[in-house]
Design a protein around this ligand. Structure first.
Ligand SMILES: O=C(C[C@H]1NCCC[C@H]1O)Cn1cnc2c(c1=O)CCCC2
Ligand SMILES: [Mg+2]
Length: 516
C-alpha cells in the first residue's frame, strides 16, 4: 500500500481516484460507471441511513420496497415526464436466449412504479398524508464522464414519495426534508451547504417547484447539487388519477374529487463523494469522526529489537486496556499490533484511511501515564498533543468533537470566501475563473440563464489552470439555486438583472457557478 502519489492541487480527479482506492472506500468495476462500495464507504452510508431514518420516521414516513422493473407503457405513461430522460433508461430485453415480448426498464426513479399504487391505495382523505420511502439503487445510463460517487450509472439513494390533502401540508414537508438533507451534510459530514429553490430552468420539469442544498468544491471552484426536495403539485396525481373525496362534502352534496398534492425527495451516495473531495488531502482520506468507521487507532510505539518479550506483552495489554476504556465511552476504536510493520508505516496506513485520531503508546507514555495524540486533520506538530490516561474517557470524545467542528468551520470559511456577491457583470467571469460561485441580482428567466451560460463558457484551452474535465469548452455557469437567505440590495422595479444583454428587472439574488 504505497501513499498517494498525486497532489490534490495538481490533478484533482486522479487524486480523487487514488484517495478512494487507497483508502479502501471503493473499487472499480468492468462495467463503466459502476463501482464497488467497500465496507469503509458503506459504513458511512449506513450512518447517513440511521440518522435520516430517525428523522423521517418521526413524521410518520414508512420504508418499503417496490419492484426494480418498470414496464415500458407504465414508464412512458407521461411523455412529458420521460422525454427529457429517455436516453438514460436501461432496458432488459432478454431472459437467457429468449427475447422478451416487451422490453422492461430498470427503474431510473420510482414515480411511475409507485404512483399507480398510490391511486389504488388512497381512497379517502383519512388515508392522507401517505408517506413512503425507499432505500434502493437506481440506474441512469449517463453519458457524461463518470465520477465515483458523484456521477455513476447505478447509485444508491433514498427516494421519498408522499401524498397530502393540501398544498400547504405538502409545502411544509418539502422544507422539513430539505432541512434534514442539510443536516446530513452539516451535522454528519461536516460539509456546509446553501439551501434554496431551483430556478424554472433547473427545477425538476415534472414538478411544481424544487428546493435544493448546494455544496461547493474548492479545488474546482464548482457548485454541486447535494440533494433535492420537490413539490410535485398535482401534476402526477392528475397523471395517475390519485384523488380523494372532498372532506367538506355532506352526505348528499358531491363536490368534485380532489387531486392529492405530492412531494418527492432524494439523497444519494453522492454525499460520500462530496465529503471526500472537501476534507481529504495529499496523505489520503480525512473522514469526520461522526461517520468514520474507526474513530481512534491506537499504535504501540518505542518497541525496539532490545525490547523484551515481557515488556512488549505488558505494553500490548496496556494498549488493549486503553481501547476498553474508549469503547466504554462508545467510541469506535482499533489497535494496530501487527508485527513486522514500523510505527511510521502504520501511521501512514491509518492516515490514508482517514482515521481522525491516532493515539501513540510506548514505554515513555506508559511510565508517564499518558497517550500521545495525533490529529489527522492537522499536519505535523500542530496536530500533536497528550492526554492523561485518567482523562481518556472524557478528553478523547471531546477532541473528536473538536475535530468534527474544525472540519466544518474550515469548509464553511472556504465556501463563504469563494462566494462573491456581484452586481457588475464585468466581475462575473473573472470571479468564476478564480474558482468562485457568484451571487447576482437575477431576473430568473430561462432565456437569461442560457445567455449567461454561453457568455461564461470557457473557449477552448482557455483558463489553463482549470482541472482537465473543466477545460471542456462548454463549461459555462448555471444557476445553482435562489438562496432562501436573500441579501439586501434588490429594489423591486429598480435593480436591473446583472446580465447586460437581458434588460429585465432583477427579481432575486441567484447563486450561479460552474457545476459538477
Ligand atoms: O428523479 C427525478 C425526480 C425525483 N425522483 C425521486 C427522488 C427525488 C427526485 O430525484 C427526476 N428524474 C431524473 N432523472 C431521470 C428521471 C427523472 O424523473 C426519469 C427517467 C430517467 C432519468
Ligand atoms: Mg440526470
Amino acid at each position: 500500500l504505497i501513499g498517494i502519489d498525486v497532489a490534490k492541487e495538481d490533478d484533482f480527479s486522479a487524486w480523487y481516484a487514488q484517495v478512494l482506492t487507497k483508502g479502501e472506500m471503493l473499487d472499480y468495476y468492468d462495467i463503466s460507471g459502476c463501482y464497488i462500495l467497500k465496507p469503509a464507504s458503506y459504513f458511512i452510508w449506513e450512518e447517513v441511513q440511521t440518522w435520516f431514518n430517525k428523522k423521517i420516521k418521526s413524521i410518520g414516513v414508512r420504508n418499503c420496497a417496490f419492484p426494480l422493473f418498470v414496464s415500458q407503457d407504465v414508464l412512458e405513461k407521461e411523455k412529458a415526464h420521460i422525454e427529457g430522460f429517455a436516453a438514460e433508461v436501461a432496458w432488459v430485453t432478454h431472459a437467457g436466449k429468449n427475447p422478451l415480448e416487451k422490453k422492461i426498464a430498470i427503474r431510473p426513479t420510482s414515480e411511475t412504479v409507485m404512483y399507480p399504487y398510490y391511486a389504488k391505495w388512497i381512497r379517502s382523505h383519512r388515508d392522507l398524508p401517505l408517506r413512503l420511502n425507499q432505500w434502493n439503487s437506481v440506474v441512469r445510463w449517463e453519458f457524461k464522464h463518470p465520477q465515483p460517487f458523484l456521477r455513476t450509472r447505478e447509485f444508491h439513494w433514498q427516494e421519498g414519495h408522499t401524498a397530502h390533502l393540501t398544498k400547504e401540508g405538502a409545502g411544509e414537508e418539502v422544507l422539513q426534508i430539505l432541512e434534514w438533507y442539510a443536516g446530513v451534510y452539516e451535522e454528519l459530514l461536516a460539509v456546509p451547504v446553501i439551501r434554496g429553490t431551483k430556478t424554472e430552468k433547473e427545477k425538476f420539469a415534472g414538478g411544481l417547484y424544487t428546493t435544493t442544498v448546494e455544496g461547493y468544491i474548492p479545488e474546482t471552484g464548482r457548485g454541486i447539487q447535494g440533494g433535492t426536495s420537490h413539490c410535485l403539485g398535482q401534476n402526477f396525481s392528475k397523471m395517475f388519477g390519485i384523488t380523494v373525496e372532498d372532506p367538506s362534502n355532506r352526505e348528499d352534496d358531491k363536490k368534485p374529487a380532489l387531486h392529492v398534492w405530492q412531494n418527492s425527495w432524494g439523497l444519494s451516495t453522492r454525499v460520500i463523494g462530496v465529503m471526500v473531495m472537501i476534507h481529504s488531502d495529499n496523505r489520503g482520506l480525512v473522514i469526520p469522526p461522526r461517520v468514520v468507521e474507526t474513530q481512534v487507532i491506537i499504535v504501540p510505539v518505542g518497541i525496539t529489537k532490545n525490547t523484551s518479550e515481557d515488556e512488549k506483552t505488558k505494553l500490548y495489554s496496556e494498549v488493549d486496556a486503553l481501547a476498553t476504556v474508549l469503547r466504554a465511552a462508545d467510541l469506535r476504536v482499533e489497535t494496530d499490533k501487527r508485527d513486522g510493520y514500523s510505527p511510521g508505516w502504520k501511521f501512514n496506513d491509518w492516515e490514508m484511511r482517514g482515521v481522525p485520531l491516532r493515539l501513540e503508546f510506548g514505554p515513555g507514555e506508559s511510565k508517564g501515564h499518558y497517550v500521545t495524540t495525533s490529529r489527522r486533520d492537522l499536519p505535523g506538530k500542530d496536530g500533536k498533543g497528550q492526554i492523561q490516561i485518567t482523562e481518556l474517557g472524557v478528553e478523547v470524545p471531546q477532541l473528536l468533537e473538536t475535530i468534527q467542528a474544525d472540519l466544518y468551520r474550515r469548509a464553511d470559511e472556504k465556501f463563504k470566501s469563494h462566494t462573491k456577491q456581484i452586481t457588475n457583470w464585468d466581475e462575473f467571469v473573472p470571479a468564476l475563473n478564480a474558482k468562485n460561485v457568484c451571487l447576482i441580482p437575477s431576473c430568473l428567466t430561462e432565456k437569461c440563464e442560457d445567455e449567461i451560460k454561453d457568455m461564461s463558457a470557457k473557449k477552448d484551452g482557455e483558463g489553463e489552470d482549470a482541472p482537465e474535465d473543466a477545460k471542456a469548452p462548454s463549461m459555462g455557469a448555471k444557476s445553482l439555486c435562489i438562496p432562501f437567505e436573500q441579501p439586501e440590495g434588490i429594489v423591486k422595479g429598480e435593480t436591473k438583472c446583472t446580465n447586460p444583454n437581458c434588460g429585465n428587472m432583477a427579481e432575486k439574488w441567484c447563486l450561479f457557478g460552474r457545476e459538477f
